[in-house]
Ligand binder design. Structure first.
Ligand SMILES: *Cc1c(COP(=O)(O)O)cnc(C)c1O
Length: 404
């Protein structure tokens, strides 16, 4: 039985046009890395690039690098590299700060783009917590109130009082993919703005920001984009909003004439209005280098492999794991699935600790969810089969009371 799934896995890895990308990452064969949705793996060429940045650009050129090494323009330049991965034209994305900070900029800017009598901000009731905390503060500052709404009910909840809605494209816990085109259109029909958080979708599936007329979006780069721990996030501003985009953090980096050092603020043109202060160049250039692995890679192919991988992993889990020991929270329908599998499991903390000890690195969402991220650039079908097989072994050894 298990032989056949192993053979299937090898055949599918053999047919996989993306399989050779794995060599571009610093990964060892002893580990199945299924946590790329928390921290993407290191692309193998990045250390050499960073050594050059540090020893030559910083160590030798020093201040000259702001200009000669292109440091000053890195936020826009790297934004343009991310743009095709999320379906945006050049000039609409700027990189910098954390996702949390960009949520703040986007939510406040969205309220400033809407009429004063629109006094409600809808927030995804299942959001990653930081988005909710920050939206709540933004609402207090702008005289709005927060309404928590399940993404499935967002379209119905939007009305004449809605200024904007902040929605996670993929639920970080369950891996559920929300209907970005449909929710965005419904918000627009109600006269409201759509602000999307792409943390768990960018680099895993097509987003289509321009195509679906998203207003504002944010996302992090250390998950599926492999930018490195704490690598800077990004902010998307639709072209039609750029002239009126009014940042709540108008630092000197987004000034029309930053080196004029004038006392009054005048916003620069375009998405770079989202810049604040001096960018964290080392992290930013590590991200820029990491993005090289996407050269020639189509996000549609990544999506096809992601769905095939999560389907196959679920098939292996069904085959290997005794019925009732885990419950999948991951939607079966492809249209509702991100790039991770979430399994509810009794004693999940102990099970995940043991999985990690045996080289299957996923993560835990307390209290009882095992989360396995499938990053199609470097995870293969044999990895999926091995992870499911080891999960079944761990559960078998853990005794029969785990589902109690
Ligand atoms: C990972 C993640 C974040 C992280 O925000 P930081 O500011 O980088 O800590 C925010 N929102 C969502 C939806 C996430 O998945």
């Amino acid at each position: 039985m298990s032989e056949s799934l192993r053979e299937t896995a090898l055949l599918r890895d053999g047919d996989d046009p993306l399989a050779k990308l794995r060599e571009k990452f610093a990964l060892d064969d002893a580990t199945v890395y299924l946590d790329g949705n928390s921290l993407g793996a290191l692309p193998a060429h990045v250390p050499d690039r960073m050594a050059d940045v540090i020893t030559r650009e910083w160590g030798q050129l020093r201040i000259r690098s702001w200009d000669e090494s292109g440091w000053w323009t890195a936020p826009e330049r790297i934004g343009d590299r991310i743009a095709p991965l999320v379906g945006a034209a050049a000039g609409r994305i700027v990189v910098g700060d954390s996702t949390s900070v960009n949520v703040f900029k986007a939510v406040v800017a969205a309220t400033r783009l809407s009429a004063d009598d629109r006094d409600e901000i809808l927030v995804d009731a299942t959001t990653f917590p930081t988005d909710g905390y920050i939206a709540e503060s933004a609402a207090r500052m702008t005289g709005r109130r927060i309404v928590a709404v399940d993404p499935a009910a967002m379209a119905e909840a939007a009305g004449p009082r809605t200024a904007a809605a902040l929605v996670n494209h993929v639920d970080y816990r369950t891996g559920r993919l929300h209907d970005l085109p449909g929710i965005t259109a419904a918000l627009h029909a109600a006269g409201a703005l759509a602000v999307w958080d792409l943390c768990h979708s960018a680099g895993a599936l097509p987003v289509g920001l321009d195509e679906h007329s998203v207003d504002l979006a944010v996302g992090c780069t250390y998950k599926y984009l492999n930018g490195g721990p704490g690598s800077p996030a990004y902010l998307y501003v639709a072209e039609r909003h750029q002239a009126a985009f009014d940042s709540p953090l108008p630092g000197w980096n987004s000034h029309a004439d930053p080196f004029g050092m004038t006392p009054g603020y005048a916003a620069a043109e375009g998405a770079l209005r989202g810049r604040v202060g001096t960018p964290d160049i080392l992290s930013m250039l590590a991200l820029e280098s990491a993005l090289d692995v996407w050269d020639g890679v189509g996000i549609e192919d990544v999506r096809a492999k992601s769905l095939a991988l999560t389907d196959f992993f679920l098939e292996c889990v069904r085959e290997y794991v005794p019925a009732g020991r885990v419950e999948s929270l991951t939607p079966e329908a492809h249209g509702e699935r991100g790039s991770q599998v979430a399994l509810r499991c009794a004693d999940a903390p102990a099970v995940m600790a043991e999985l990690i000890r045996r080289g299957v690195v996923g993560d835990l969402r307390r209290p009882d969810v095992l989360r396995f991220g499938f990053t199609p650039l470097y995870v293969g079908f044999a990895d999926a089969e091995r992870a499911a097989r080891i999960l079944a072994e761990v559960l078998a050894e853990a005794g029969s009371d785990l589902d109690g």
